[in-house]
Write a protein that binds this ligand. Structure first.
Ligand SMILES: Cc1ncc(COP(=O)(O)O)c(C=O)c1O
Length: 638
């Protein structure tokens, strides 16, 4: 039994929750050397009432050119939710008659509020601030995380949070925290850090990890997510690690709800198995969850209906011991954090898919010792997310939190209200947590309805049906003038309806294409190109961008974790995003895709494919798009 397992057993024998493990042996050399910023340490003294601050290099807030920050924002009821469980009706009310109306939010110049966690004003939010985040927003995120999202984390004291500039920033800081730079030819191979992930992975992670010299180590995955047992599964990779190839990986990256690109939702059972192996081999789990609220409870049922299959057996989401207070949040598959007895989970959240990517705002949830290190990293890198965004999001989710009707905040609201219609005046407030959850439910509803529509169209076009006169040998009466027809069904692609997220992950059956393995003459000097999987897959992507199809999808090779995956499997897949196009274009885009694929299978001239491949840039990607192309790949790297 290794040290980590024995620690855990001893602690779990007691009744009280165990303290999280000390994971400082995983810190990078840079992290170990990071000291608190002397200036940021002094910030707490800035808050002393009446203090005249001559210490900080702060510009005077009177000279900020913004007197208020204001926005017309959606009401939480703008979108109609979908049911939390198949066959139910939505728990929240559907959209009200004025759901399209906006609410008006105002961040005033100076709020008359002594509690920094309630004071939302231009004077503080546009000033230098705390590295952990703007106090009102940080305290709301902390409360939402600890009370509503991760109310059951099994270690003593529960997790803490720190704000980031989005999940990309969160992962970059995680690498800074845990990974020492490794350079080939300079450092010893046995020191090379490794990152465990699925064979198909959100591309940006690779772009972030590889320049640090990190070796990306893939773990076999199946339709239910990362495999634990069997050859190539997690246990096999870690137990049989060959140290001559690098250090045994101490870090895992995964997306468990609506995986990008595969759309898988990892079950709690699988999470428990993965967690146990990570605990045994002392691996830190980075759970990146931008799609957390987009879990589609109807997907399995609708998939069976669309395919004429028997209804699936109803699955129940394991319940937390303590309710979040919101049936919608309770209905989501629990996070790795709910199993995290050791404190080895670092979870990345973002406002990118729930508010807007341009916010560049998110947060990290982890055990407090790790959060403290992240704060130190924030201090000397981004310092804090943008004040404009922190101010507007604070106002949006916290609403009119300052008490009394004569506060500057209220006065600013009243002044504005005079100019607006009575209906808008009535809607003059922020959302609060219940409004935030209602917003999330509505988003899930809109995306779930889109995925159902798109997948039905994709199902209908998945097989090419052709008819031809049956061969003479198979006819019962060869002399009859009525030739019976032979029907051929050619599978073009197969897919599983996504259980969450924003993507459909299609497996193409290019081996059924008439030009599969055909020789394609290139230049007189070079040998002919063979139209294999990678060539046909690339040609199909370009073909779809031409008239009359005009759709852009992302190919699996873009998400392949390494060259081996790219060569063996990457070309078999295409990722289709059903989120980016306007509602009215979802059916059109799916229909054009289906038609484009079907017509591609009718191409029998190698010259057509050769020309399509000539359109690709040196990187193998489409360089210029025709006007009017609907993007189902959007953005390719996201
Ligand atoms: C899995 C995953 N992580 C992170 C991101 C980016 O998040 P952020 O905008 O917060 O950096 C994306 C965006 O597509 C994503 O799919």
């Amino acid at each position: 039994m290794d040290t980590f397992t024995s620690h855990r057993r001893v602690r779990l024998g007691r009744r009280e929750k165990p303290a999280p493990l000390d994971l400082s042996h995983h810190y990078s050399a840079v992290t170990k050397r990071r000291m608190p910023s002397k200036i940021k340490e002094a910030y707490k003294f800035f808050q002393i009432p009446g203090i005249l601050n001559m210490a900080g290099g702060l510009p005077n807030a009177d000279f900020f050119p913004f007197d208020t920050l204001e926005a017309q924002a959606a009401k939480p009821e703008r979108w109609t939710p979908s049911p939390n469980h198949p066959g139910e009706t939505a728990t929240s009310s559907t959209s009200s008659s004025d759901s399209a109306a906006a609410t008006h939010i105002v961040v005033p110049k100076a709020a008359d509020e002594s509690d920094p966690s309630k004071k939302i004003d231009v004077t503080t939010v546009l000033q230098y601030g705390l590295a952990a985040g703007y106090p009102p927003l940080l305290s709301w995120v902390r409360q939402f995380t600890r009370e509503n999202l991760q109310q059951d984390t099994p270690y003593k004291g529960g997790p803490d949070v720190v704000l980031t500039c989005g999940s990309t920033d969160g992962f970059s800081k995680t690498l800074d925290l845990l990974v020492d730079q490794w350079t080939e030819g300079v450092n010893d191979i046995t020191d090379r850090p490794g990152l465990l992930c699925e064979p198909f992975v959100y591309t940006n992670i690779l772009n972030q990890a590889q320049p640090h010299g990190v070796q990306v180590v893939t773990v076999k995955s199946n339709a239910s997510g990362m495999a634990v047992k069997g050859p190539g599964g997690l246990e096999d990779v870690l137990a049989n690690w060959d140290p001559s190839k690098g250090k045994r990986p101490h870090l895992m990256y995964t997306v468990t709800l609506g995986h990008n690109p595969t759309g898988i939702v990892l079950s709690v059972e699988r999470k428990k198995e993965i967690y146990a192996v990570c605990s045994k081999y002392d691996v830190i789990i980075v759970e990146d969850e931008p799609y957390w609220y987009l879990q589609f409870p109807s997907a399995a049922v609708e998939e069976a209906k669309s395919r004429g299959l028997p209804p699936p057996t109803a699955s129940t989401t394991p319940k937390s011991a303590r309710s979040s207070g919101y049936p919608f949040l309770d209905s989501l598959t629990p996070s790795f954090l709910s199993l995290d007895t050791d404190g080895r989970v670092i979870r990345l959240d973002t406002f990118s898919k729930t508010v807007a990517p341009g916010c560049r705002l998110g947060w990290i949830t982890a055990q407090p010792a790790l959060v403290e290190r992240f704060e130190r990293i924030n201090e000397s890198t981004t310092q804090q997310p943008s004040g404009f965004v922190q101010g507007l999001i604070s106002e949006l989710v916290l609403g009119s939190n300052s008490s009394g009707s004569n506060t500057p905040n209220q006065r600013a609201r009243s002044a504005f209200a005079l100019l607006r219609s009575p209906r808008e005046r009535a809607a003059f407030t922020g959302w609060d947590t219940s409004g935030w959850v209602r917003w999330l439910e509505g988003l899930r509803g809109t995306y779930e309805r889109r995925v159902v529509r798109m997948c039905r169209t994709l199902d209908a076009g998945a097989t090419l049906i052709t008819t031809a006169p049956a061969p003479l040998s198979s006819r019962s009466d060869p002399d009859s003038e009525w030739a019976p027809l032979a029907v051929t069904k050619t599978p073009l692609y197969t897919f599983r309806w996504p259980r969450g997220g924003m993507f459909v992950w299609l497996r193409l059956h290019l081996e059924t294409h008439p030009l599969w393995q055909a020789a394609c003459p290139s230049s007189p000097q070079s040998p002919p190109l063979v139209l294999d999987g990678p060539a046909l897959s690339a040609a199909l992507m370009v073909w779809l961008t031409t008239k009359p199809f005009l759709v852009l999808v992302a190919t699996g090779s873009m998400f392949s974790a390494n060259d081996e995956v790219r060569q063996e499997d990457g070309w078999r897949y295409q990722r289709i995003c059903f989120a980016a196009e306007e509602e009215g274009n979802v059916d059109l885009a799916a229909e054009r895709f289906v038609e484009g694929v079907r017509r591609f299978w009718e191409v029998t001239d190698v010259e057509v494919v050769r020309k399509l491949l000539g359109e690709l840039g040196p990187s193998g990607e489409v360089e210029a798009l025709e006007e009017g192309v609907s993007s189902l790949g959007w953005y390719m790297g996201c």
